[in-house]
Structures are given as structure tokens and as C-alpha cells.
Design a protein around this ligand. Structure first.
Ligand code: Z57
Length: 814
């Protein structure tokens, strides 16, 4: 007997259909006959939301009235993905919805497709935040996600006729958006600019302008926990609806200027991932949402109190700083406590220090934000004063601890010219964590070494995770059913370590064949999806080999495309007989930051390699390359379940964690990867014999840098590599035009900072191992199944438990 514990509402399909009809009629004003799929989508979403309302209220009152510390996850990005299916799952209404929609005469797919995904994040960091708040709700931990409701999310990517990336705005709010509830009556005022004056021996900030921060609340339903938390995303509105003075001078259009400018703050998500731009508007965004969130937490946890006892603040809520983006919250809480509530510096410091913790998501020095003091001084003069004072206190503390002058200088939070936000976060909060074992180690040994020497106890690791609800249960229903069948229970959805119980089944050929059949069916589904959405003809009987992630040099999409070109040349030249080639379909997905030149060249190259290869009869059926544009959460949910082999090939020591690697392993793909980020831990858990490892280690990379890296040497030494690069240079992929990729080729041959050329040999060498295994489907699938069985650790539920125990010191509501 199979034990089924998934939430299931008592509401029948007929009742749910009636609820949709009611919504259509009384709220939207359309009849079922007039309704379009988009109307039904809105109505069904509103109906599900109503089902979650009581749990939402109860969670909030239990949180405020109980004595469980809440988590405030401060993040500039939440890459949520579509909401409807996830809400239905957690409300236990999936089957009723499917039946009701059919009863109303609509196609379930059309209705679900009507939702435009909220792309309020760039990549891993934003998606991680979304997984984390899902897990907190599922664990029953009271939590707020705090961020920004950008009017425009991550750009929509298109490719022009030359294969170049085109960015177009993401108009995600042009249609009715049923999930976010704007709450005008819980607004906050956020001020900027002006000056600091002394009044009666007290510092008083006289700001020059203010914006109105209005919260838009999204429900975050837990799976089988009965809890619904809140994602509160702030939107900026103007107070000066209309400037009467200007208007009277008959400068009509100028009169709305302040409004336009204020609302700019939440207008657009910065499209850079790991490469901050240092723009004033970005700092305005950061302060905007952090200041509003801090004041919101005071409002929520000290309701109706004029003189709250904020010395207890850190017992009410713990704020997690998701990267350096919200770190201005540290001086902001100091300012609020001192200037708005009258506490002295030391009291304010104690509370602030206890309240904040910082997660670092990178090892790239250029990704750690450093703000010019001038900018902070102009925008937030009082905060700059506080930062200077924090620096004085910090330097004195270091001196007292016996740290030498040179090191104190190296560690400066405030250098006079600039403010280093990672250092401010490390000193200003209680804990600092990296996002995978290797990353946390490198943070201590390299990036934040001085800090770890002085404050060793602050440093810890929490390995990232992903939510099994969205990335297994929703994305891969076939595998989910098979897992439930194999385990005899569906409890794994909220206790992913139970997947371990599948391991013995890897010895059962019949079960492995069922597992293989699931993968095959998913590949057929994906092939149909790719045909429908992109017009691609993907052969589901070939190996599906994926590389999906932001386009970044350190991730080394260049390594993959060079290997593809080399393989193409092998077949063309007859060096490998076409019949000996194991057919592969390579699927790339990647957005490049709009100003990232080499990344954009790489995208263009991939598109043109795809064009040439897919049109060459000599390799037909053997090698195909597809690059579906606009990789996003929706595409991820369709592609990941269909992958046979996934690429995680960053230069060792550069990918902080990776989370795509976890999603692929959980869905039964094999990984080819370097010893980087969470790959290390995945390999440890699934077993070295079930992971295709290649490439230099961190130590080897360091040694090669130290010795002086010369990419030309590798180019000259490996004829296959040379041939591949020469093909890029000689115009094979640019209709004979040698100028198109000259900058890219020049970079490879003279710089190649991430050592793509040095790892090329190892990367191509492991391909024969991969192909030998793939030629034995049963053995391949056995190993893939062992990957699934041993990936339960990579649930974001486990990540949350680690944060709760090591950093937040709180737990589920009673
Ligand atoms: C981002 O997506 C990540 C780090 C950053 O500093 C910024 Br900005 C954006 C990514 C890392 O590159 C991944 O390795 C990691 O898995 C992810 O954050 C979540 O921790």
C-alpha cells in the first residue's frame, strides 16, 4: 500500500468550478462564455488565494502573539516562477482545478500558460531566495521575504538574425496580476538626500526628498504545514502627486516630474548577476526596500506602541542579508534606534549586531559591492556618518586585539573614498556564511581571511538547496509518481532524505527500466514543448546534454562550445566515423548582462555554431545544438526533467555553489563537472563512480596562475583545440567574416582568465567515458537513479534547518 500524505482539500471539483464562476461574475465581470483562458487564470488564482487566507491570518497572529523569533529574508531578488500550480499543490486543489477547468470548457494548459512569470531576479541568488521562503513556510517557520516589486523584471531575451542577444523589457504587470495584494494602508516613508544638522547636541537628518514605499504582499504557502508566510515586495510611489507651484507656472509636464522620479526607484531590476554597476539608482533601491522593511518589522512586532522596547528587537526577528545588496540595513537600524527611538550608540550597536547575519554568494572580488563615499554621503548623509563611526569603533577594536596597522588598513570598512559593504556586513552582524563547503572554506582562507582570523566564530557554512516541491513534484510528475511507488510513500516531498530508500532499487533492473522510461517520456514531452515554443526539432532518442545558467566567463560556456566545435570537426574530417558517434543534442540556455561584451559574443557564437551544425547534412542526427532563448524558471521546469547529462564546468574556485547542479541530479541527470562549489558535495554524496569529474582543482588553478598562465601553450599543444579555435577565427561560424569573433579569440589566446584552454584536454578526454556509459542504458540509468537517491541532502528544507540551527536560533511556530 502506498501512503499518500499530500495536502488535499475537501472542496470538490464542482465546488471549485463554482468558485471560479463566482469570481468571474462578481469580481471580473465576465461570463464563462465570454471568458478567455487569461480570465479563468485570474479567477482560479483568486479562488485558490481565498482558500489560503485563513492559514495566512493564523500564521501572522501566531507569529506576533507567540514567542517564536521570525526570519526576515532581505533580498533584492526573488525569482519566484509561476505561482498558480504551486499554490494549488499547497492548497490541495490540484485535481479539483484540473477537473473544474475542463468542466468550464477550457484547456488546463492554456489557463496555466496565461500566467506571466514574475522574473524578479537574475539567476541563482534570486532563485535561492524563492526556494528558501518556500522551505521556511513548509517547515512552519514564521518568515517574511522582503524585497522590491520591480515593474520590469529580468529582460526578455531574443536573438536577432545574426544570433546576437536582444534585450526587451519584461512587461510582466500589463495584465491583471492576481497574486500580489497592494496594501496602501501599511505604507512607509523612505527619505533621501539633504543634510545632517545638530539640534540640542543631537544629530538630526533633514532629508531633501522622500518616497512612499507601499507593500505588495504575496502569499507563501507551505507544503503540508498549514502555514502561509508573506513575501512583502515594496513598490515606490510619489507623495507629490502633483507639484502645484510648477503647475501654476503652466509647466504642466514638469509638474509630474517628482512623481515620475520617485516611481523610478522600483521601476527596473538591474540585469547584472555577479557584476555590480555602482549606480546611484541601485543604492536608492537598496535603501528603499531595506528601510521600509525595518520599519515594517517594528510596526508588525510592536503593534500600536509609541515607545516600543526595541532592545528586544533581535528576539522578534532576525534579518538575513542576501549578499551585500541589503547591507545598508546595518547603518539604517543604527539610525532608527538612535535618531528615531533615542537609544544610545552602544545599545543600538548591540541590537543591530544581534539582528543581522550575512550570506556571501561569491568569490569574485568584483562582485562584492563597494560604494563611493561621495555617493552615500549625497544620498544618505546620516548613514555615512554612522559608517564612519562604525569604522572608528572597528579600528579601535582591532587595535585592542593586537592587529597590526597594515592589516587594520586592509580591513577598513570605510577607506575615506569608499565603503566596502561585505566588510560592513561581516563586522556589523553576528554570522557570515558561504553557500557550499568549498566556498565557505575559501571565504575564510582568501576573500575574508583577515576577518576570519580575528572573528573565527562568526564564520560558518550553509550549503544551498532547492525546493523539491517546484523542482521535482511540480516539474517532474512522472518521476514523482515513480519515487512514491518505489518508497511506498509520498512523504519524501517534505522529507527529501527519504530518497535514500531508492538506493536498493538501483539493483532492481525492472525498477531501473521504469526510471529510464520516465526519462524517455520526459524527453518526448520536452521535444514537443521545444517544437511548440521555439519551433525546434529535437530528437528525443538522442542524449539530451544541457548547460543552462547565466552567461559568465567563469562558468565557461566557451569550454562547452569549443568542445562541440571540436566534435563537429572530428566528424567532418572523418577522424571519427559518423556511425561511431553517439548522437547528442546539446541545449544551452543563458542570458548575458546587457553590457557584458565577451558574454554577448559567446551567445552569438553558440547561436552560429548551432546554425552551421544543424544545417550540415554530414552530421545530421549525430550532433545538434539548440539555444532556446529567454531561459527562465518556466523553461527550467520543462527542461531539467528531460536532461540526461548536465554541465557544471566552472573553473574550480569560482562558482560559489551552483543550484542548477542540484536540480539536475534530483531529476536523474548525470553531471559532468569540476571540483567546484556544491559539485564537490554532490559527488561526495552520490559517489565518485556516479559523477563525471574532470579538470584542475583549486590548488592547481592557483599554482598555474602563480607560475604564469599562457593559454597559447595549450592552443599550440592540442591540435583539436587549435582546429576548433581556428574555425572560430577563420569565419566558419560567421559566413567567412573573420572580424566577428576576433575579440573573443584574442581573449582566449592571450588572457583566458578562467583557463578554458588549460582544461580543454581533460574535458574532451572524459567524453569517451561518458559515451561508453551512455551506450549501456541500463547502467547509465542505474547511476542516474543513484544520483536521485543520494541528493536528498540538497533540499532547501535542509538548508533552512541548518540556518535555523547555526545562525537564526529559531524554529517552527508552536
Ligand atoms: C548570483 O546569482 C550569485 C552570486 C552573486 O554574488 C550574485 Br550578485 C548573483 C550566485 C552564485 O554565483 C552561485 O554559485 C550560487 O549558487 C547562487 O548565487 C546562490 O547562492
Amino acid at each position: 500500500m502506498t501512503e499518500i500524505t499530500a495536502p488535499k482539500s475537501a472542496v470538490t471539483a464542482e465546488q471549485f468550478a463554482d468558485e471560479i464562476r463566482e469570481q468571474l461574475k462578481y469580481t471580473q465581470g465576465v461570463t464563462v462564455e465570454q471568458a478567455k483562458p487569461a480570465d479563468v487564470y485570474v479567477a482560479a488564482s483568486a479562488a485558490v488565494r481565498r482558500h489560503l487566507m485563513d492559514s495566512w491570518f493564523k500564521t501572522q497572529s501566531d507569529m506576533v502573539n507567540g514567542n517564536t523569533k521570525a526570519v526576515g529574508y532581505l533580498s533584492a531578488e526573488f525569482l519566484m516562477g509561476k505561482q498558480l500550480r504551486n499554490a494549488l499543490l499547497n492548497a490541495g486543489l490540484t485535481e479539483q482545478f484540473d477537473a473544474a477547468v475542463k468542466e468550464l470548457g477550457f484547456s488546463v494548459q492554456d489557463v496555466v500558460d496565461a500566467e506571466h512569470e514574475p522574473g524578479l531576479g537574475n539567476g541563482g541568488l534570486g532563485r535561492l531566495a524563492a526556494c528558501f521562503i518556500d522551505s521556511l513556510a513548509s517547515l512552519g517557520v514564521p518568515a517574511f521575504g522582503y524585497g522590491i516589486q520591480y515593474k520590469y523584471g529580468i529582460f526578455e531575451q531574443k536573438f536577432d538574425e545574426n544570433g546576437k542577444q536582444i534585450e526587451t523589457p519584461d512587461y510582466w504587470l500589463t495584465n491583471e496580476e492576481p497574486w500580489g495584494h497592494i496594501d496602501y494602508n501599511r505604507d512607509q516613508k523612505v527619505s533621501f538626500g539633504g543634510e545632517v544638522v545638530e539640534e540640542d547636541g543631537k544629530k538630526v537628518w533633514k532629508p531633501a526628498w522622500s518616497v512612499r514605499a507601499v507593500p505588495v504582499d504575496y502569499m507563501v504557502p507551505g507544503y503540508a504545514s498549514g502555514r502561509v508566510n508573506t513575501l512583502r515586495l515594496w513598490t515606490a510611489k510619489s507623495y507629490d502627486e502633483f507639484d502645484l507651484l510648477t503647475f501654476n507656472k503652466s509647466e504642466y509636464l514638469d509638474a509630474v516630474k517628482p512623481q515620475v522620479e520617485a516611481e523610478n526607484i522600483s521601476k527596473i531590476l538591474y540585469p547584472e548577476d555577479s557584476t555590480p554597476q555602482g549606480k546611484a539608482l541601485r543604492l536608492e533601491q537598496q535603501y528603499f526596500f531595506v528601510s521600509a522593511s525595518i520599519h515594517d518589522a517594528i510596526r508588525v512586532f510592536y503593534p500600536g506602541q509609541d515607545k516600543p522596547d526595541l532592545t528586544t528587537f533581535a528576539d522578534k526577528i532576525t534579518f538575513q542579508l542576501n549578499d551585500t545588496h541589503p547591507v545598508i540595513g546595518i547603518p539604517e537600524l543604527m539610525r532608527v534606534l538612535m535618531d528615531e527611538y533615542g537609544y544610545d550608540w552602544d545599545t543600538a550597536w548591540t541590537v543591530t549586531n544581534k539582528t543581522f547575519n550575512y550570506t556571501c554568494h561569491t568569490l569574485l572580488p568584483e562582485a562584492l559591492e563597494v560604494w563611493p563615499s561621495k555617493l552615500i554621503g549625497e544620498l544618505l548623509p546620516r548613514h555615512l556618518e554612522i559608517i564612519e563611526k562604525i569604522q572608528d569603533q572597528f579600528a579601535a577594536e582591532l587595535k585592542a586585539k593586537g592587529v597590526d596597522e597594515a592589516t587594520i588598513k586592509d580591513m577598513a570598512i570605510y577607506t575615506g573614498d569608499s565603503v566596502r559593504m561585505a566588510y560592513l556586513a561581516t563586522y556589523g552582524g553576528s554570522h557570515v556564511n558561504g553557500v557550499a563547503e568549498l566556498h565557505s572554506q575559501l571565504l575564510k582562507d582568501v576573500t575574508l581571511k583577515n576577518f576570519s582570523d580575528v572573528y573565527p566564530d562568526k564564520f560558518t557554512n550553509v550549503t544551498n538547496g532547492v525546493t523539491p516541491r517546484r523542482f521535482v513534484k511540480l516539474a517532474n510528475p512522472r518521476l514523482s509518481d515513480l519515487i512514491t511507488e518505489g518508497l511506498g510513500t509520498d512523504k519524501w516531498v517534505s522529507d527529501l532524505e527519504l530518497l535514500k530508500g531508492l538506493e536498493p532499487l538501483a539493483a532492481d533492473d525492472e525498477f531501473v527500466k521504469k526510471f529510464a522510461a520516465v526519462k524517455q517520456a520526459n524527453k518526448v514531452d520536452f521535444s514537443n514543448y521545444a517544437k511548440r515554443e521555439y519551433g525546434f526539432d529535437i530528437d528525443p532518442n538522442t542524449m539530451i546534454n544541457t548547460m543552462v545558467k547565466r552567461l559568465h566567463e567563469y562558468k565557461r560556456q566557451a569550454l562547452k562550445i569549443l568542445a562541440v566545435i571540436a566534435r563537429y570537426a572530428d566528424i567532418k574530417s572523418g577522424r571519427i566515423a559518423a556511425d561511431d558517434v553517439m548522437p547528442r543534442t546539446i541545449v544551452f540556455g543563458a542570458k548575458a548582462a546587457p553590457g557584458y561584451y565577451l558574454a554577448k559574443q559567446t551567445i552569438q557564437l553558440i547561436n552560429n555554431v548551432a546554425r552551421v551544425i544543424n544545417n550540415d547534412p554530414d552530421v545530421k542526427g549525430k550532433l545538434n545544438v539548440y539555444f532556446p532563448w529567454n531561459y527562465n524558471v518556466r523553461l527550467a521546469q520543462h527542461l531539467i526533467p528531460a536532461a540526461d547529462l548536465d554541465e557544471q564546468i566552472s573553473q574550480a574556485g569560482k562558482e560559489a555553489s551552483g543550484t542548477g547542479n542540484m536540480k539536475f541530479a534530483l531529476n536523474g541527470a548525470m553531471t559532468v563537472g569540476t571540483l567546484d562549489g556544491a559539485n564537490v558535495e554532490i559527488r561526495e554524496r552520490v559517489g565518485a563512480e556516479n559523477f563525471f569529474l574532470f579538470g584542475m582543482t583549486v590548488d592547481e588553478v592557483d599554482a598555474l596562475y602563480a607560475e604564469g598562465y599562457d593559454p597559447k601553450k595549450y592552443y599550440e599543444a592540442d591540435p583539436r583545440l587549435k582546429a576548433a579555435i581556428d574555425m572560430v577565427a577563420d569565419g566558419t561560424f560567421s559566413n567567412g567574416d573573420k572580424t566577428v569573433y576576433e575579440d573573443l579569440v584574442h581573449d582566449w589566446l592571450t588572457k583566458d582568465w578562467f583557463m578554458t584552454l588549460a582544461d580543454f584536454g581533460a574535458y574532451t578526454a572524459i567524453q569517451s567515458e561518458i559515451e561508453a556509459l551512455y551506450a549501456q542504458p541500463l547502467e547509465w540509468n542505474r547511476k542516474a537513479l543513484i544520483n536521485v537517491a543520494n541528493s536528498g541532502y540538497f533540499s532547501s528544507d535542509r538548508s533552512m534547518e541548518d540556518y535555523l540551527e547555526r545562525i537564526w536560533m529559531t524554529g517552527p511556530l508552536k
